[in-house]
Design a protein around this ligand. Structure first.
Ligand SMILES: NC(=O)c1ccc[n+]([C@@H]2O[C@H](COP(=O)([O-])OP(=O)(O)OC[C@H]3O[C@@H](n4cnc5c(N)ncnc54)[C@H](OP(=O)(O)O)[C@@H]3O)[C@@H](O)[C@H]2O)c1
Length: 338
């Protein structure tokens, strides 16, 4: 019987994750009981929010406990089943996935993955998975762009931001992306069709926005927080809308950055709305129906950055906070089924 490697949280990180905060341990795989399924992990999704689950703080999910296996979104293949709902070889995703080689779960804790013909499995772990769902409903349900309005997206070359920008462009918005470095900015404009890009590592975001949108902007799809968010917030026009998707710049922080000036909410009658992708899980089909044809024929472009080996999950996760990745960050834990 194969050994199951699992990443266990040993210590709550202070700042960026350090050696020893998590430990890779080996556990024996239990025999399957009735209605249980054994899933071999193929892809582990690394997401900025993983870092927030390591903190002992109020969140949208309980913190991962010390001594517990790290939580994470995974896609895998059924290796053995004692349920008549799943058979060997099916591609599935556990509802409560973990950073491990295998999951042994009850059948009602699994959902089947529906592949889109012509697209690799990595699409289900990115543009047509949780990432796409976040981008799609953040734009279409929270922001609802009107043709001609200007949208600013931070972490725009990242997994969510790059898709959100393309969806907004398809709905007629003018899109300005904020990203770190000339290569990412060039990709946004030349390949994705963004109207402009701001390299926040090379220029002041506020000054760049004043140049690109001297009268202000209607919308902000916020992924970063901190100074970048503040620069955009302070340039929202009257009746501006802000979708607060994430605050990645704060996830490793030991002290929270200053808040925006709430007075501006009143003077500019702003609507600021946080949202969570899990609230849209029941509407995934809606997103896939609209996006799958656009992804298949290349009108929506997407990238994945795949790191090999469960043993590299922790060092790979840190890439999300340095920007040292090119697309949706995944770990290939084992080979895809043929
Ligand atoms: N609300 C939800 O349900 C939901 C769901 C999924 C994701 N999210 C949020 O969406 C955001 C993007 O997630 P993702 O999975 O698509 O990750 P991602 O954008 O692919 O990767 C994170 C990116 O954030 C940027 N970044 C990191 N630290 C930064 C800092 N201090 N200042 C400026 N930029 C920084 C980096 O881009 P550069 O190289 O450009 O610096 C990095 O590549 C995150 O905030 C995440 O928490 C929310």
């Amino acid at each position: 019987m194969a050994v199951n490697r699992q990443w266990v949280l040993r210590r709550r990180p202070k700042g960026p994750i350090q050696d020893g905060d998590l430990e890779l341990v080996e556990a024996a795989l239990p025999d399957l009981r009735e209605h249980e399924v054994r899933v071999r992990t193929v892809y582990l999704s690394l997401d900025p929010t993983n870092r927030t689950w390591m903190n002992d703080a109020e969140g949208y999910l309980p913190p991962v406990g010390l001594g517990e296996v790290m939580r994470g979104l995974t896609i895998g293949v059924v290796e053995a089943s004692r349920s008549d709902r799943f058979t060997q070889g099916q591609v599935v995703s556990p509802l409560a996935g973990t950073w491990s080689d295998y999951a042994v779960v009850p059948a009602d804790g699994l959902r089947q993955i529906h592949r889109v013909p012509g697209l690799p499995l990595t699409a289900n772990a990115s543009v047509l998975g949780m990432t796409g769902l976040t981008a799609y409903f953040g734009v279409t349900d929270v922001l609802r762009p009107q043709a001609g309005e200007t949208l600013v997206i931070s972490a725009a070359a990242g997994a969510v931001g790059s898709i959100a920008g393309q969806i907004a462009k398809a709905r007629g918005a003018r899109v300005i992306g904020i990203a770190g470095g000339p290569d990412k900015c060039r990709w946004l404009i030349e390949d994705l069709g963004f109207d402009a890009a701001i390299d926040y590592k090379g220029e002041d975001v506020g000054m760049a926005l004043d140049r690109l949108a001297p009268d202000g902007v209607e919308m902000n799809f916020e992924n970063v927080g901190g100074d970048i968010m503040m620069a955009v917030f302070n340039r929202l026009k009257v009746h501006g809308r802000m979708a607060v998707c994430g605050l990645v710049s704060t996830y490793n922080a030991t002290r929270m950055p200053p808040s925006p000036n709430f007075g501006r909410l009143i003077t500019h009658r702003l609507r600021v709305q946080g949202f969570l992708v899990m609230d849209y899980a029941q509407r995934a089909r809606e997103m896939v129906m609209e996006m799958a044809p656009l992804v298949t024929d290349g009108r929506i472009k997407w990238k994945v950055h795949v790191e090999d080996g469960l043993e590299n999950a922790v060092t790979s996760l840190n890439r999300l906070f340095t920007g040292d990745h090119d697309g949706k960050l995944l770990v290939r834990v084992s080979e895809e089924p043929s």
